[in-house]
Design a protein around this ligand. Structure first.
Ligand code: NAD
Length: 276
């Protein structure tokens, strides 16, 4: 599939965003530039990084080296939990933009709500300002449960474009997905492959074999058909290509239901209420 044929999603900001992107959490700096260049060659046009991942500079360098026009690649970054509050967030956004060094950033997210700090409403003011000045083209949140979103929406001038949350077959997040959708917020799935824990799942192995696909491809397809934005990570060039080769098949209603039976609403990572 050429990059021009991959599905695009329209956000409430008016931006068009590729539905499938590459996540680069734990992609080491020494391989990041080459890996991201390979991803762009394969057809990926969206990269998900964060201040925490310590590879924003490499993401920017790979994009600059690729020869692609800036507007052809959609880049998301996130400010970390120790930068909440209006002034701190304002500086943190500028630092992300500077490290990436590709002009504007397409999407900036609050990485975690950190409800015990209780500063995300102030933090969001800095995000709205960065949008107004053109430093970033879209703003959103990550790891916001419904009560966090309700609190933010009560005072926000701009509704987040995205809520990026842990979401995989074991944690389908139906209720939060419905809430996001009812407010025009796109749901983005992190740890979409459940960090490899479904690779040997007998149900998924059987389903994948019947479709002549891999378990990872089947799970990514499940996300696409649920209308999730999805950002699988791999540092392995072949797997990275495999994860992008998901546009030539569909899961039937029955097969979507088979995957749903794995849902136990169980997290792999921390509940956002408990993250500071
Ligand atoms: P993931 O579910 O994408 O799993 C990645 C792991 O799955 C890889 O390390 C590899 O072991 C395995 N894998 C990948 N492709 C495979 C394939 N084709 N076959 C077999 N195994 C394969 O987990 P993740 O990296 O935690 O999440 C993806 C991205 O989401 C991250 O890179 C990051 O960008 C983002 N993220 C965001 C948050 C947040 O708080 N907002 C948290 C974690 C991750």
């Amino acid at each position: 599939m050429s990059s021009s044929q991959q599905p695009l999603v329209t956000l409430n900001s008016g931006q068009m965003m590729p539905q499938l992107g590459l996540g680069v959490y734990k992609v080491n700096q020494d391989i990041a530039v080459q890996l991201i260049q390979h991803a762009l060659d394969v057809g990926y046009r969206r990269i998900d990084t964060a201040a925490l991942y310590d590879n924003e500079a490499e993401v920017g360098a790979a994009i600059r080296k690729s020869g692609l026009a800036r507007e052809e690649v959609f880049v998301t970054s996130k400010i970390w939990n120790d930068r909440h509050g209006y002034l701190e967030a304002k500086e943190a956004i500028q630092e992300c933009v500077d490290r990436l060094n590709i002009g504007y950033v397409d999407m900036m997210l609050i990485h975690w709500p950190c409800p015990k700090q209780d500063k995300f409403v102030e933090t969001w003011r800095a995000f709205e300002e960065a949008l107004e000045t053109g430093l970033v083209r879209g703003i959103g949140v990550s790891n916001f449960n419904q009560p966090h979103l309700e609190k933010l929406l009560a005072s926000a001038n701009v509704t987040p474009a995205i809520n990026q949350v842990e979401l995989h077959p074991q944690l389908a997040q139906q209720s939060l997905r419905n809430f996001n959708k009812s407010h025009g917020i796109k749901t983005e799935a992190w740890a979409p492959l459940g960090r490899a824990r479904f690779n040997e799942n007998p149900l998924l192995l059987e389903l994948a074999a019947s479709l002549n696909k891999t378990v990872a491809q089947v799970i990514i397809r499940w996300h696409l058909q649920l209308e999730n934005l999805v950002i699988p990570k791999s540092s392995n060039p072949d797997r990275l290509a495999e994860n992008f080769d998901v546009f030539d098949f569909e899961l039937s209603h029955h097969n979507m239901g088979v995957i749903e039976t794995l849902n136990t609403e169980t997290r792999i990572a921390t509940n956002p209420d408990d993250m500071n």
